[in-house]
Design a protein around this ligand. Structure first.
Ligand SMILES: [Ca+2]
Ligand SMILES: [Ca+2]
Ligand SMILES: [Ca+2]
Ligand SMILES: [Ca+2]
Length: 248
């Protein structure tokens, strides 16, 4: 009987660790993060780093070409990100923020407010916020084709700065308001109020181009199971996102 009890304990331990691994815990801040590209907010000392180490387009680059990691925090109004990016060349060759924005260096935040998963290519079931170096925020809207790009600059605040001692090292801070799937540009409604134990779909990525015709690397926070060899599924299918759990 002892052996069975021990086995049960081990099994439940395994189940608990699997569940913990599938949801990333996000810590609460009672002071809003100052979005200025400076990581001296108190909450960033407590939050843990997570890596941007999964390739979605291109191979895994050399560390000096691209390295990225991030921290998360939340309060009732916003989800906060601190992202540290090493990128040897920062480039934005498409001045039109709605044109091929994924082929310029950009930070991409995937969010699915109700963690429903599923297709979001031409809907607001989930968002894929591409934050350009100039701060523009682009995604496909709910039009029927790939020309239906919308700028959603009012959904988030962002700022980045080079680190004085390490000029290829950029600190990027973002505060995102979380919109539900009822969002549309004609009648946006209000972002949801966040609360403890809320689960959201989430993924983070960086599009790295250093001067090529198209982006050279697309590195993300989550391992994606390829469909016909293609791991660039995040902008289509929210089911490949990971899950965040807000804790207090
Ligand atoms: Ca700050
Ligand atoms: Ca690079
Ligand atoms: Ca959804
Ligand atoms: Ca680059």
């Amino acid at each position: 009987m002892k052996r069975i009890a021990l086995a049960m304990t081990l099994l439940s331990g395994v189940a608990a660790s699997v569940q913990a691994a599938s949801e990333q815990s996000v810590i609460y801040t009672d002071t809003a993060v100052v979005v200025d590209g400076v990581a001296n907010d108190a909450i960033w000392k407590k939050a843990q780093w997570h890596a941007l180490d999964h390739d979605m387009v291109g191979a895994v680059p050399e560390a000096s070409d691209f390295t990225g990691r991030y921290k998360l925090a939340w309060d009732e109004a916003q989800l906060y990100l601190l992202v540290e990016i090493t990128d040897d060349v920062l480039i934005d060759t498409h001045p039109n923020p709605k044109e091929a924005y994924w082929d310029d260096d950009c930070l991409e935040i995937f969010l699915d407010e109700d963690a429903s998963g599923g297709d979001h290519l031409h809907s607001y079931n989930a968002f894929a916020y591409h934050i350009a170096l100039d701060g523009n925020v682009a995604d496909f809207g709910n039009g029927k084709d790939n020309n239906s790009v919308v700028l959603l600059n009012d959904h988030l605040d962002s700022a980045w700065q080079r680190q004085p001692q390490k000029p290829h090292n950029v600190i990027w801070e973002v505060a995102v308001r979380i919109y539900p799937d009822t969002y549309n540009t004609a009648s946006p409604g209000e972002p949801v109020a966040l609360s403890a134990d809320k689960i959201m779909g989430f993924m983070l990525a960086y599009c790295d181009n250093d001067g090529s015709e198209t982006r050279e690397h697309f590195m993300g926070s989550h391992d994606i199971k390829p469909v016909n060899g293609d791991k660039n599924r995040g902008y289509i299918d929210a089911s490949v996102f990971g899950k965040l759990k807000l804790v207090k």
